[in-house]
Design a protein around this ligand. Sequence first.
Ligand code: ATP
Length: 243
Amino acid sequence: MTLLQLKNVNTYYGQIRALKDVSLSVKAGEIVALVGANGAGKTTLLNTISGLLNARAGQVIFEEATITKESAAKIVGNGISHVPEHRQVFGALSVYDNLLLGAYHRYRTVGRTAVDQDIEWVYSIFPRLAERTTQLAGTMSGGEQQMLAIGRGMMARPKLMLLDEPSLGLAPLIVKDLFAVIASLRDEGMTILLVEQNARAALRLADRGYVLETGTVQFDGSATALLADPRMQEAYLGGAVPA
Ligand code: ATP
């Protein structure tokens, strides 16, 4: 089942057309990687889906409803969680309070008990956060803050998670752990659109991928096909590497 579909989406900053007729789809249960160089438009694309930006032309369709012009608050309520680049946790608040804030939109409808169960769910996936529940988020390591940012996104119980560069600035071993957790989220039924500059790592994790170049989709396909594509190897994967 197609969960998210973009049809000929165009997003502008003033006169600058940052996304040019972008079309893509994400099926329920998939991890889809969106890769491309700096400035290709990856963050703009996620912001356009989550309602932080609005497309000037084209359509964003989520679960068969057009959400192109909806507000960010409405879109979170519909089931899309956006974990932004640079993590952006609330540094002066504890781990627990950051997670609680992630449930902001659900709290009134589902109540405290359900939210506490969700916090336990996040702690089961990120035991490191459980150990640090009272620690101020700003004093955590980069990897821990990234886990917290993802955990906060999970607290909205989304159907679709948009992850923007989760590996940014993290050591390779930490990235490996983090990507294993992202894979386990898919195993739990979560659908993920993953933006990454680390194309090889992202495609190894993903089911399918799209490559953006200056606001346009240049290639797309199964992750396996993209990893084997000589054009991808030359431009994004640093040459062929044995699997
Ligand atoms: P990176 O990997 O460096 O984050 P990206 O692929 O996410 O890059 P975007 O941040 O989406 O790229 O930027 C796409 C284009 O839009 C770039 O040319 C960028 O300079 C431009 N852009 C982004 N934000 C703004 C803004 N607020 N005002 C004007 N232009 C912007």
